[in-house]
Design a protein around this ligand. Structure first.
Ligand code: 4NP
Length: 159
């Protein structure tokens, strides 16, 4: 069997979007029976929330869809992540610029906008931190759609 595929989701704080993406994508992967083939993690470019659980609004919105992210803890992105992960999926253009700066110095896996794998017209997962609860629903809708596309892409890699 080939080595597992390693997937990293990156946002700014690692308390809203990327832990949501980690939880949703893990759920999609489990339902496909591929949990032993795909390793999933998330992190943030910033360090403000390192060690913290996800935002309560993100936990609640995910929970309504049967996804538990309460146990996740924030960590900061590091250059080694570009060597350790096969897919580095960022949520917005600022994350892309920040991680690309490191990639230019370090090499390794080139970061990609996560919604590149989605079917909607959106290309960024908007930061819901300063908005209302609806923002978290929208984040989950976008993430869910892109997760299906990402799984399809990885299935082709694993085949
Ligand atoms: P995230 O959201 O990048 O989706 O985790 C944010 C969380 C915290 C902050 C910004 C965005 N913050 O400025 O503290």
């Amino acid at each position: 069997m080939t080595a597992p595929i390693r997937v990293l989701f990156v946002c700014l704080g690692n308390i809203c979007r990327s832990p949501s993406a980690e939880g949703v994508f893990r759920n999609v992967v489990q339902q496909a029976g591929l949990d032993d083939r795909i390793i999933i993690d998330s992190c943030g470019t910033g360090d403000w929330h390192v060690g913290k659980a996800p935002d309560n609004r993100a936990i609640a919105a995910a929970s309504l869809r049967g996804i538990d992210i309460a146990h996740l803890r924030a960590r900061q992105f590091s250059s080694e992540d570009l060597d350790r992960f096969d897919h580095v999926l960022v949520m917005d253009r600022q994350n892309l610029a920040d991680v690309r700066d490191v990639w230019r110095q370090n090499g390794g896996t080139e970061p990609v906008l996560f919604l590149h794998f989605g079917s909607s017209a959106h290309d960024e997962v908007p930061d819901p931190y300063y908005g209302g609860d609806h923002g978290f629903e929208h984040v989950l809708d976008l993430i869910n759609d892109a997760s299906e596309g990402l799984l399809q892409h990885i299935r082709e890699q694993l085949a």
